[in-house]
Ligand binder design. Structure first.
Ligand SMILES: *Cc1c(COP(=O)(O)O)cnc(C)c1O
Length: 219
């Protein structure tokens, strides 16, 4: 199938309230431009270096989301233009984003990445840490950050019940925190599991290979 067919197929499967973040990592700007020309404005990348190279070559109304692990010393390279950082997994990183956003006199949207996978995963906040950081935000601690939601990744498994269980966990945390101050974005689901994520309440999905085809894993 062509990229256009892939894209239309995914769009047709998404309820209108669900935001699509097209994950363009490893794919060239020509292909990103092609998807942009189909009407897509929100793209996700997982590496700062790659994003910084692509950014100047593409239309300025693209909303870029960083979805991969972010080192604090790299925040400065994207602070001027990043729309949303989905992968915030420490207080140190929140402080750095707040500082760098302040230098550009802007507010950066962030999602707290919460560990929900039952398998061992490297990145993500424990639930209690996420709760604590969100409370600090509610208390006004970060003036150049807007915590707009949560992001989570399920275990890489064929077991649909397990994936559902993990997504349901994040949805519960999302509802719980929202009682304190409204959260808008619940980002869960990728090419293989986004229908499950939507059934569990996701309103933003991060889809790469189902649109762009398989990535070259040597990269
Ligand atoms: C690569 C990536 C995706 C997209 O994965 P696909 O399986 O290609 O859809 C989503 N979220 C994160 C955090 C990723 O790194």
């Amino acid at each position: 199938m062509s990229i256009q067919e892939n894209y239309n197929k995914i769009k047709n499967q998404l309820p209108s309230i669900v935001q699509l973040v097209a994950v363009s990592k490893t794919h060239p700007v020509s292909v990103i431009q092609e998807v942009y020309d189909l009407g897509q404005k929100v793209f996700g990348e997982n590496k700062v270096q790659e994003l910084v190279e692509k950014y100047p070559l593409l239309p300025k109304d693209i909303q870029w989301h960083l979805i991969g692990h972010l080192q604090t010393n790299k925040v400065k390279y994207i602070a001027e233009f990043i729309d949303t950082i989905q992968s915030v997994d420490s207080e140190k990183l929140l402080n750095e984003i707040n500082k760098e956003a302040g230098k550009h006199n802007r507010k950066i949207k962030v999602l707290l990445q919460v560990k929900i996978a039952e398998e061992e995963t490297k990145f993500g906040l424990e639930i209690e840490e996420a709760r604590k950081l969100f409370q600090k935000f509610v208390d006004g601690e970060f003036s150049h950050i807007e915590i707009t939601g949560l992001m989570g990744m399920a275990t890489f498994t064929e077991d649909k019940n397990q994936i559902t269980r993990e997504f349901d966990t994040l949805k519960n945390i999302f509802d719980d925190l929202s009682q304190n101050k409204t959260l808008f974005t619940l980002s869960m689901g990728m090419s293989d599991d986004f229908p499950i994520a939507i059934a569990s309440g996701a309103n933003s999905v991060r889809v790469g290979s189902a649109i762009f085809g398989n990535r070259d894993y040597s990269k």
